[in-house]
Design a protein. Structure first.
Length: 329
């Protein structure tokens, strides 16, 4: 359990925001297997105000079961961010709203948003002050451990300033903007952030296993963790981490048939909920299939077959043909 502002969240293991991945289908499958708190994919504040409404509505698509949840906003200008935040709150109910100061994508940096805000603390704190003064929900920030170089002192100072500007929690990806998603996770920097503030701090980075989840908590003293790539094709991971951390229990390995059935259900949710062109939808489905099929026998031959299927029905048929041991091809 973690308290963010006055909101109590029933877990400290969150499913991370992942653009292009953490859509409604992904979250529903994760929740059915134990995730208790999720994020929507990030929303660009300008796309809410000026972009096609269809796209934002599709990102913010949700159901009764898909709660509690947080939204994340990308942008730079405090007024535009506030307009975007209000629009989000008019569409969905969220436990808190997060500001993205972590995205390393070139097109985002070009607009001086995402992790660029690490270089521009005044702007970041300006956004925070504007949002916290006007919104009825807690505001949080996702940061990285530095821009080009790790900067422990700098990031701890920035964290303190975020807290002073009204942030009610911090999510820290333990890599710099330059590292992207590769390389070592800087546990020392996350620990320094944790020690510099009095609000909850969540660690993110390489939560791929139960031991890496424990390592994040032990080495940083953080209040909670974000599970990101470790949950792709592996919706069981959050419950497994909780069982390991809190009950000392190692859950049995997920067998082949269970994986196949959950993949089928995941695709069925996508067929029902994903709003895209037929070819866009098939592309998303193929991506999801590959997440689950990692480590299957004869994975490279299966991947080849996956690349050729272009409809939901054919994908279900292909999954039905997969046999443990690689036969049935
Ligand atoms: C495909 C992808 C999309 C992501 N999108 C977002 C995003 O929209 N907002 C965000 O704050 N972080 C985003 N992240 C970062 C993750 O939330 C997480 O901090 C990062 O992947 C490190 O965790 P991991 O090493 O356990 O994957 C994304 C990561 C991936 C792989």
């Amino acid at each position: 359990m973690v308290k963010i502002g006055s909101t109590t969240i029933p877990t400290k293991i969150f499913l991370a925001p992942m653009a292009g991945c953490s859509d409604l289908s992904f979250r529903l499958i994760a929740r059915e297997h134990g995730a208790k708190f999720c994020f929507f994919e990030m929303v660009d504040c300008n796309s809410i105000t000026y972009g096609p409404k269809r796209k934002v509505r599709s990102i913010l698509r949700t159901t009764e079961e898909d709660a509690p949840i947080a939204a994340q906003l990308l942008g730079r200008n405090p007024d535009a961010m506030l307009r975007g935040a209000k629009e989000i709150l008019s569409i969905v109910k969220v436990s808190f709203l997060d500001i993205n100061a972590a995205c390393p994508a070139k097109k985002v940096i070009k607009k001086r948003a995402g992790s660029y805000l690490l270089k521009d603390p005044q702007e970041l704190c300006g956004i925070l002050k504007t949002l916290t003064a006007a919104l009825p929900v807690p505001v949080t920030v996702k940061i990285r451990t530095g821009y080009d170089e790790p900067d422990i002192k700098g990031i701890a100072g920035l964290a303190k300033n975020c807290e002073k500007s009204g942030a009610k929690a911090l999510f820290v990806h333990g890599r710099t903007r330059l590292q992207g998603y590769m390389g070592e996770v800087d546990y020392r920097a996350i620990k320094a952030v944790k020690e510099s503030v009095n609000i909850p701090v969540f660690g993110s980075g390489n939560i791929f296993s139960l031991t890496l989840a424990k390592k994040m908590l032990d080495e940083t003293g953080c209040d909670g963790i974000l599970v990101a790539r470790g949950a792709l094709g592996n919706p069981w991971i959050i419950k497994q981490i909780e069982d390991f951390l809190f009950n000392g229990r190692l859950d049995p390995l997920i067998d082949f048939e269970t994986k196949k059935n959950v993949l089928k259900k995941h695709l069925a949710y996508m067929e029902r909920f994903k709003e895209s062109t037929p070819s866009g939808k098939a592309g998303h489905m193929r991506k999801v299939m590959l997440w689950y099929l990692r480590g299957f026998p004869k994975a490279s031959r299966i991947r080849e077959k996956v690349s050729l299927v272009n409809s939901y029905e054919k994908m279900i048929e292909l999954i039905g043909q997969l046999k443990n041991g690689g036969r049935g091809e």
